[in-house]
Design a protein around this ligand. Structure first.
Ligand code: FAS
Ligand code: PHB
Length: 391
């Protein structure tokens, strides 16, 4: 098989890039190691920056997002038992976010690929990138059952997430990795219950962080900070609801509707960036290159940011013969990735209880929160990062 851009990974990054390039007449093949159902079985992000929503519209896969996604003008941060609203719309001159689950967004992208006749190979095992170092033409190999297949291409894009094959295919002496691992995790629960609040509530509590989010008016998404020793088995639904309620401000604790969990998972918190995001004819995008703690809702949005830059760079290369975008992809993408890293790190430090924190740390955290809600400038900084900085 021959194509122009060989993409490893059929998650949001790979599918969005494939869809956008297809609409510009640029051929792609997506190799995904799991089935579509498996990919759509994952429960992950929930908040889309307005720039990401625009990309979905440009990719012609936004009808359901625009019909079912909820536009949110703000969210609350609760601490010391009180809720403080962050007026995103007012603080950013009208920008908002869309609350729309990654699962549904990925489903929309798959349906968009189907509509255009896009090539997405599922259950592709042992996907391996070859000859991407500039000596010869790049190609991918993969296995379907016993049969080995080959995809010849001009470029390879690793959209294969943190545990993929693309980043680790870059020579060790080329890659510079930056990482901090937090001694905490998030236990997330999805329940068919009405959300406790119209907008998200982020909670800083002495027992630990909590977050009240949603997927629709009948589907709620809740999180509590847990330890890295915790396992899902340690957390019955009863224990989860009791702990969440213990951390919520009074009004929310009194009105929350609990119910059986339909999904329960623990995600460890980590900040990670691999540089560069290009090695000759191999590009990295999304979680393949960077990971953030979910506190700032930047993970999926940082992936979309990479796709924005790579998409425009590929179009300039193929349509105008201009390599500038490709040559500057890593520099441009990383500039925005690192701002997302900073914001996610800052929100995580602001809202969680760290086991190694002393009295000074905790007093400083409270001062940071008091300052935030006493300063228009500080709130504006929070708001402009949350709705998404310009591409
Ligand atoms: P993904 O990991 O989504 O997709 C990579 C794809 O590549 C997968 O389908 C995988 O099967 C495939 N793949 C991997 N290796 C392969 C190989 N060798 N060959 C072929 N295919 C391969 N972000 C938020 O903003 N908010 C959140 O609340 C949030 N919660 C999260 C919870 C968890 C448990 C995780 C893991 C992430 C969470 N994220 C969250 C971040 C998440 O949304 C990512 O940013 C997003 O999935 C990134 O999309 P992709 O880059 O496409 O990577
Ligand atoms: C979610 O709804 O899953 C969600 C929302 C905001 C975050 C993290 C996760 O910061």
């Amino acid at each position: 098989m021959r194509t122009q851009v060989g993409i490893i990974g059929g998650g949001p990054s790979g599918l969005l890039l494939s869809q956008l390039l297809h609409l510009q007449g640029i051929d792609t093949v997506v190799l995904e190691r799991h089935s579509r159902d498996y990919v759509l079985g994952r429960i992950r992000a929930g908040v889309l920056e307005h720039g990401f929503a625009d990309l979905m519209r440009e990719a012609q896969v936004s009808d359901r997002m625009d019909a079912e996604g909820e536009i949110h003008d703000g969210f609350d941060i609760a601490y010391d038992g009180k809720r403080h609203r962050v007026d995103l719309k007012g603080l950013t001159g009208g920008n908002t976010v869309i609350v729309y689950g990654q699962t549904e967004l990925t489903r929309d992208l798959y349906e968009g690929r189907d509509r255009l006749g896009g090539v997405v190979v599922h259950n592709a095992e042992d996907v391996t990138p070859h000859a991407f170092d500039g000596n010869g033409s790049p190609y991918l190999t993969y296995r379907l059952g016993e049969a080995v297949h080959r995809v010849d291409c001009d470029f390879i894009v690793g959209c294969d997430g943190f545990h993929g094959v693309s980043r680790t295919s870059i020579p060790k002496d080329v890659l510079k990795e930056y990482e901090t691992v937090y001694p905490i995790g998030w236990l997330g629960v999805l329940s068919r219950t009405p959300p406790v609040s119209k907008e998200l509530i982020y909670v800083n509590h002495e027992r630990g962080f909590a977050l009240c989010s949603l997927r629709s008016q009948v589907l709620s998404r809740y999180y509590v900070q847990c330890t890295l020793d915790d396992s899902v088995e340690d957390w019955s639904d009863e224990r989860f609801w009791a702990e969440l309620i213990a951390r919520l401000p009074e009004d929310a604790a009194a009105t929350i509707v609990t119910g059986p969990s339909i999904e329960k998972s623990i995600a460890p918190l980590r900040s990670y960036v691999a540089e560069p995001m290009r090695y000759r004819n191999l590009f990295l995008a999304g979680d393949a290159a960077h990971i953030v703690p979910p506190t700032g809702a930047r993970g999926l949005n940082s992936a979309a940011s990479d796709i924005y830059y790579l998409y425009h760079a590929m179009v300039d290369h193929y349509r105008k013969g201009d390599p500038t975008g490709l040559d500057r992809y890593s520099e441009r993408a990383l500039a925005r990735v690192w701002k997302g890293q900073r914001f996610s790190w800052w929100m995580t430090r602001l809202l969680h209880r760290f086991p190694d924190a002393n009295d000074f740390d905790r007093r400083l955290q409270k001062t940071e929160l008091d300052y935030l809600f006493s300063s228009q400038a500080a709130m504006q900084s929070l708001a402009e990062n949350y709705v998404g900085l310009p591409f």
